[in-house]
Ligand binder design. Structure first.
Ligand code: G3P
Ligand code: MG
Length: 339
């Protein structure tokens, strides 16, 4: 089983909201027993890789590692949407004078710190300095006030915004001021109100562009892509028609598939020796429920795409190489029929 590698999507393939799909449990047990190098490749996130691996291990009743160290190789096994963004820590937030704004729940900050960002900050830490930034929600703010003398060098959306209104306001404030929080919160800087006319002043990165995702409810839920859609609309109106410039990670984008391929190859090398690292004949399979992310991404990467019917996909036309009822069925398709 050295000649194949598999990337399993999580939501809609292995689990569905609070529920575990039994076919998913059996599929993971099969690939582990057959020593197939695989990764879990999700557009979900908002936590550390270690925590996600622990959560899934419990749900799937089988040990899932986030990564493992072998012969000085780091084998990534749990790839969250923001995992490939870790390399940005070399570029931003390395000095005392620069922070990065992280969008997503509080645990995203822990992930950012683990990636090496020295000063990641959350929206709540800006509101702790100045609640008038988003004066419509009067919940208790338990955050430490951020240091406004530290400039925000980039905005990194790691996960779904917990408060779209608050985060769209703060992101636009930072885009318009080049990340200078003093010009956001100090009234004396009112002369800078017209700054947005000189264009976007700050880079912004998103960890995935999924518009919806699937849990146990009948209708799909909004994902990060729908937040981006709302932000683009507001920013365009605010800036007199400018288009928001951003960089996208996650499925279906190339950096994420390059990262996943390297992770699979490294896993193969651990199982089958160093030669397996460079195996040009390896077939890669991307199994997922979302035609726009999992199938599009696998197709663009030149992998075999396998669409399952247990998640977002609701029937009709699709671009997948294979369509199966569930992930366990994908395990039963003979390798020679796979593309
Ligand atoms: O983008 C929403 C996220 O929950 C999708 O996760 O595992 O289906 O890529 P997954
Ligand atoms: Mg999915």
């Amino acid at each position: 089983m050295n000649r194949i590698g598999i990337a399993f999507d999580i939501d809609g393939v292995l689990i569905k909201g609070k529920f575990v799909l039994p076919e998913g449990v059996r599929a993971i047990q099969r690939v582990k027993a057959a020593k197939v190098p695989f990764v879990l490749l999700t557009n979900g996130g908002g936590t550390t890789e270690v925590n996600k691996a622990r959560e899934l291990s419990e749900k799937l009743h089988t040990e899932i590692k986030s990564s493992q160290y072998s012969n000085l190789l780091v084998i990534r096994k749990m790839i969250l949407s923001h995992t490939p963004m870790a390399h940005l820590a070399k570029k931003y937030s390395q000095t005392e004078t620069e922070s990065v704004l992280i969008i997503g729940k509080d645990s995203c900050k822990k992930a950012a710190l683990e990636y090496g960002f020295k000063y990641p900050i959350l929206s709540g830490e800006i509101l702790a300095v100045c609640p008038e930034v988003w004066p419509f929600k009067h919940s208790v703010n338990n955050y430490e006030p951020t240091n406004i003398d530290r400039k925000v060098g980039a905005i990194l959306s790691f996960h779904d915004s917990e408060d779209w209104g608050r985060d769209i306001q703060i992101v636009c404030d930072l885009l318009r001021t080049g990340g200078d929080l003093r010009h956001v919160v100090e009234p004396k800087h009112h002369t800078h109100r017209r700054r947005h006319y000189i264009g976007q002043q700050l880079p912004i990165y998103f960890s995935n562009g999924d518009f919806v995702w699937s849990n146990n409810l009948p209708l799909t839920r909004f994902a990060q892509g729908s937040f981006l859609h709302a932000l683009e609309g507001v920013y365009s109106r605010l800036s007199g028609g400018s288009k928001l410039k951003y960089t996208m990670y996650g499925k279906p984008h190339k950096p994420t598939y390059d990262f996943a391929k390297h992770a699979i190859d490294t896993y193969a090398a651990e199982l089958y020796g160093a030669d397996a690292l460079q195996d040009s004949g390896r077939l890669y399979f991307g199994i997922g429920d979302n035609p726009e992310s999992d199938i599009e991404g696998a197709n663009r990467a030149g992998w075999t795409s396998v669409l399952v019917k247990t998640g977002v996909y609701e029937g009709g036309k699709h671009e997948a190489n294979l369509l199966v009822d569930n992930v366990e069925e994908a395990m039963l398709i003979p390798t020679e029929n796979r593309k």
